[in-house]
Design a protein around this ligand. Structure first.
Ligand SMILES: Cc1cc2nc3c(=O)[nH]c(=O)nc-3n(C[C@H](O)[C@H](O)[C@H](O)COP(=O)(O)OP(=O)(O)OC[C@H]3O[C@@H](n4cnc5c(N)ncnc54)[C@H](O)[C@@H]3O)c2cc1C
Length: 328
């Protein structure tokens, strides 16, 4: 069985032979591509600028059985200190385009468009509901994958359709029901489909009022979240019930707890921030500590929202194993 490095050599050769125009970078640090700024290298980073090139790449990755993953804005990723053995695929070019239909309050949005740009464009044409996405970092594709949102309002509620590259490398269009949007969840979290773009539609509201609401929400974020320090936003999903994950971690007295360069923020307890030199392991340690402490005190098992990149074990398995060590 050829090893990853040999397979990546073959991939590189095949892409070169097919005249692939995208950028290919070997043994590349992933930390700078993420908001957390931690973790090791990927075997290869491949930037793809249009659908034909993406399909070509996908065929070769499948044929060579190379592990791959998409990266959007890197706002919800914790990269393991060992990095990622495989190909990181980043969409750019035509995937960063938007087509705005002012008359019908519709935007076709490529998956690599920064969510911020979609929010700004949507507010200009009076898209009601677009304010729910104000201040959420990352790309449109990542937001659909995560069904990103705030206060019970998610991107899924604004989606008319999503274009995908399906597992069999055909382009398909899904309706919102097919995307299986629920709290911080979509079908894409248990498929290997690539989100190409989406059609966002809403009723028309007053652009001035929507912009004002956006600014209000961004200001509230600055007041309540440590957004100036590298993080992934909330590390845990909110459990069902009235109490948020942040509230439970705060009540458990863990705010300000440190491990290496990582700290449970004293501004928002569901944020574990990287104060400069944190490793992924430091962050995992604090996640495990929060999970085991909250479970012991309140009988609630917190589920991770952040995704761990580069480990064969699931994040929950890793946290449970670390949590057990924490207790001994
Ligand atoms: C300061 C801060 C505040 C935050 N606040 C919020 C908040 O209020 N609400 C909220 O919901 N989230 C919040 N987040 C988390 C994050 O912004 C969201 O999860 C965001 O939607 C992630 O998008 P991304 O493009 O960065 O995805 P990435 O982190 O790059 O990737 C996340 C997952 O999406 C997959 N993915 C990305 N693009 C595609 C694609 N085109 N096709 C298929 N899969 C894809 C990746 O493979 C990965 O599995 C916050 C993060 C930070 C750092």
């Amino acid at each position: 069985m050829p090893g990853t490095s040999e397979k990546i050599n073959k991939l590189h050769q095949r892409l070169d032979d097919s005249g692939f125009p995208g950028k290919i970078t070997r043994d590349v640090p992933i930390a700078p591509l993420t908001w957390y700024k931690v973790g090791g290298n990927a075997s290869v980073l491949i930037e793809v600028d249009n659908i034909e090139n993406l399909i070509n790449l996908k065929f070769i990755l499948d044929e060579l059985s190379i592990r791959w993953m998409l990266i959007g804005g890197g706002a919800n990723l914790l990269v393991s200190d060992d990095g990622f053995e495989g190909a990181i695929v980043k969409l750019c070019g035509t995937f960063s385009e938007m087509q705005v239909d002012v008359d019908n309050t519709k935007i076709w949005c490529g998956s690599a468009v920064p969510l911020l740009n979609l929010v700004r464009e949507g507010s200009l044409i009076g898209m009601t509901g677009i304010e729910r996405l104000a201040g959420i970092p990352g790309s449109a594709g990542g937001a659909i994958y995560m069904n990103a949102g705030t206060f019970g309002e998610f991107i899924g509620g604004l989606i008319d359709s999503v274009d995908i590259l399906a597992s069999d490398n055909t382009v398909q269009t899904l309706g919102p029901d097919e995307c299986e949007f629920t709290y911080r969840t979509s079908r894409f979290q248990h498929s290997d489909e690539i989100i190409l773009g989406c059609l966002v539609v809403s009723d028309r509201g007053n652009p001035g009022e929507i912009s004002a609401e956006i600014e209000k929400r961004i200001t509230r974020r600055k007041e309540t979240q440590p957004i100036e320090i590298p993080s992934c936003g909330c590390v845990f999903r909110n459990p069902e019930g009235e109490k948020s994950a942040g509230f439970l971690i705060e009540e458990a007295g863990l705010m300000g707890t440190t491990e290496g360069g990582a700290v449970i923020s004293d501004k928002h307890a569901n944020f574990i921030v990287n104060t400069g030199n944190a490793s992924a392991s430091d962050i995992l340690h604090l996640m495990a500590l929060a999970r085991v402490t909250v479970r012991e005190k309140y009988g609630v098992t917190l589920k991770p929202e952040v995704e761990l990149v580069g480990s064969d074990d699931s994040l929950e398995v890793i946290l449970d194993a670390r949590g057990k060590k924490e207790k001994t």
